[in-house]
Design a protein. Structure first.
Length: 121
């Protein structure tokens, strides 16, 4: 059985990759202010919830549930990058390349929330 490293429920949804990054006219890619603010806030919340003393060094599986209160169409995979970066920034993982299994689900409810579970493989 895999070891539970982190389980957290966050208010709201992460920004999409389209809102997380922009490119200059010369093609240089940069993180937007919205992306930086989101990742700083969420990284802090994840840091508080993480009980490990050091970043996990092995392979992990990541389970994400997006709860949304509307039926607007958006790609669920477009919101994962921001979360993976936050896991690294918060010191849960050394690098988001450690994610070797990923499950993402959207459910309809009465609020906007993101539930994250990280398990060591």
């Amino acid at each position: 059985m895999s070891e539970l490293l982190l389980s957290i429920e966050l208010e709201g949804l992460p920004p999409t990759v389209n809102h997380l990054y922009r490119s200059t006219r010369s093609g240089r890619r940069y993180k937007t202010e919205v992306g930086r603010e989101y990742q700083q806030t969420i990284s802090n919340a994840i840091m508080e919830a993480y009980t490990g003393s050091e970043p996990y060094a092995g392979a992990v599986e990541l389970h994400v549930i997006f709860e949304t209160n509307n039926r607007r169409k958006w790609d669920i995979d477009n919101r994962i990058k921001a979360l993976q970066d936050c896991l690294s920034m918060a010191g849960v993982l050394l690098d988001d390349r450690q994610v070797e299994a990923l499950s993402v689900r959207r459910v309809y409810g009465c609020r906007m929330a993101t539930k994250i579970e990280v398990r060591g493989l």
